[in-house]
Design a protein around this ligand. Structure first.
Ligand SMILES: Nc1ncnc2c1ncn2[C@@H]1O[C@H](COP(=O)(O)OP(=O)(O)O)[C@@H](O)[C@H]1O
Ligand SMILES: [Mg+2]
Length: 214
């Protein structure tokens, strides 16, 4: 099974790339490769000028933990932890102490508008609120890259729009690079570039808004 075939692309710092394509076209596989969650059988992925194939598993783990934020369709929050603890988790896993990171976590709660939900567990939050927590958790490490796989796939359209606005606004403020997988053309339009995959191959790669090239 060839999930991706001859896929070659360059993603610039601060770009917002949307990836579209039918189910099974390789979108998640591409995102996982970019996040070091999966490895290509051939080819190379560079982070800046660093080839990922030359990094050890430990280096990739640390790189992922410190530089890449992930947001998923089903939020993937830990049910036994509060919103605040879920957000703090990537920093705690990196050896930091809750007391030391609390100001940073509170800034994240403010960023996503959930300061008053800090002590709530996921089952006490709405879908949109859970996704806000997930975004805060992804951003608390101050990543260089935000990877989002169908982040609005499980939300109603109004809540989905709020989430997309939040991602877009934050990305612009922080010059964050975003790669977002989505089925929804309206969601994809938040990107400044839309890549369409078909059966593991790039079917189109359109830069929106401004003309690119000569
Ligand atoms: N771990 C795996 N092992 C084997 N095949 C897989 C695996 N993950 C995905 N695939 C297959 O690779 C193709 C691309 O999958 P995926 O990247 O998940 O697509 P999408 O996210 O676009 O729906 C599909 O045909 C899928 O069945
Ligand atoms: Mg997928």
């Amino acid at each position: 099974m060839r999930a991706l075939d001859r896929v070659s692309l360059e993603i610039g710092e601060g770009d917002f790339l949307s990836i579209m394509g039918a189910s099974g076209s390789g979108k998640s596989t591409l995102l996982h490769l970019l996040g070091g969650l999966d490895y290509p059988t051939s080819g190379e992925i560079f982070m800046g000028d660093q080839p990922m194939s030359k990094m050890s598993d430990d280096q990739i783990t640390v790189f992922r933990r410190r530089k890449i934020g992930f947001v998923f369709q089903f939020f993937n929050l830990l049910p036994t932890l509060t919103a605040e603890e879920n957000i703090a988790l990537p920093l705690l896993l990196d050896g930091k102490r809750l007391n030391d990171v609390r100001p940073r976590v509170e800034r994240m709660l403010d960023l996503v508008g959930l300061r008053r939900r800090a002590g709530h567990k996921p089952d006490q939050l709405s879908g949109g609120e859970m996704q806000r927590v997930a975004i805060a958790r992804a951003l608390v490490i101050d990543p260089m890259l935000l990877l989002a796989d169908e982040p609005t796939g499980n939300l109603d359209s109004k809540t989905g729009e709020d989430i997309l606005h939040l991602i877009k606004r934050t990305a612009e403020q922080k010059n964050l690079t975003v790669v977002m997988v989505t089925h929804d053309p309206k969601a994809a339009a938040y990107g400044d570039r839309i890549l369409v995959l078909k059966d593991g191959v790039i079917a189109s790669d359109d830069h929106m808004g401004m003309a690119v090239g000569a």
